[in-house]
Design a protein around this ligand. Sequence first.
Ligand SMILES: Cc1cc2nc3c(=O)[nH]c(=O)nc-3n(C[C@H](O)[C@H](O)[C@H](O)COP(=O)(O)O)c2cc1C
Length: 413
Amino acid sequence: MVKRTAPRWSTFAPLLQRRTGTSWRQRRLDGAVDIHDLARLAHRRAPRAVFDYVDGAASDEVSKARNAEAFRRVEFSPKVLRDVETVSTETTILGKPSAMPFAFAPTGFTRMMHTQGEPAVARVAARAGIPYALSTVGTTSIEEVAAASGTGRRWFQLYVVKDRERSRDMLQRARHNGFDVLILTVDVPVSGARLRDARSGLSIPPSLTWRTFVNGALHPAWLFDFLTTPPPNFETMGSGDGLPSSTVQLGTTSAAAFDSSVDFDDLSWFRDVWQGPIVVKGIQRVDDAVRCADLGVEGIVVSNHGGRQLDRSVSTLELLPDVVAAVGSRTEVLVDSGVRSGADVVAAMALGAHGVLVGRAYLYGLMAGGEAGVQRAFDLLAQDVRRSMQLLGVNSIAELSPAVNPGLVRLRP
Ligand SMILES: Cc1cc2nc3c(=O)[nH]c(=O)nc-3n(C[C@H](O)[C@H](O)[C@H](O)COP(=O)(O)O)c2cc1C
């Protein structure tokens, strides 16, 4: 028999924990226990068109779904009875240390998602000790991002614009401001068919139509930020004059200013202009990876742009082992597209990646809560990297490598 007593306030009052010192915004972020929760918060905070710009992909969004599917097919074979009391997540990416085996991928128009934009992301990355890549189509100047990033590692991502001198100018400014790696994104000769953006008529800077106003009114925090801060613009490129007009319809012509004639022969031009490591992002075939390695680039990113370019392009996690086998000894092979957890990062490393980029994962955090949201996204990913390593029975990132520990992970057919 269980002995019962009448409930007394003095007994259960101490159990009712009131968390003091944290705002309800922070508590809401703390309540997000994975990146999907952050995406749900983002969905609530940002207007539909803005959320769709981030969350959406090209055409029927098959690649995006397959990216996620490939990570679901991951099967770990953990080692047990290993001392994993201490683990180190530190590694070297492109010649310099990173506290985690992942970096924040370049993403455009970031101030549209939250007015704190690129500087917020750069600050989180710098505090965390991981690299942050600024996009050509960023909404903050190169100089401001450098100031926010401080002593943090920063990379610069280039879309080649038709005016080569403008590309040269951006690269020189980036170099001068301490950006140490050039990421050359090569999977955007033209923009992918972003149907969600075409339907919503989203533009940069966002134009205030009745539809956006009404939708914005349903998201008052976002609208207040939007109306009380400078509108997002192409500040990274410098005052937007490299673009066809100051307003660009995202669903249609955002690549109109980009040079779609760039080819492998142009890589030597970048070598002349950029004195530092060059990484080619958007590789989706083994033979292209081999050509990059032959040309001596320091790294490649096996990427389908998160499914935002050619729909039904190959899932990068599946392609990764073949690319690593072909060029992994000559150039660093990074991977992205579909990473939503620390376990995903660990799986990619165990399939031979040298590092991983995350895109939407931190953008959902940014949309959900600005800098604090990005910090939450980082913390969730980092905790999960560490936990997954411990559960797999490894103490260091080097031990994740298939060359050291074959068979830690495979992809189920
Ligand atoms: C909203 C958004 C904007 C992006 N903008 C750029 C960009 O300006 N330059 C670039 O090289 N890649 C860009 N990307 C692609 C990312 O760098 C990265 O390849 C992709 O997000 C990885 O997939 P994931 O979002 O599933 O992590 C963008 C991705 C998103 C989601």
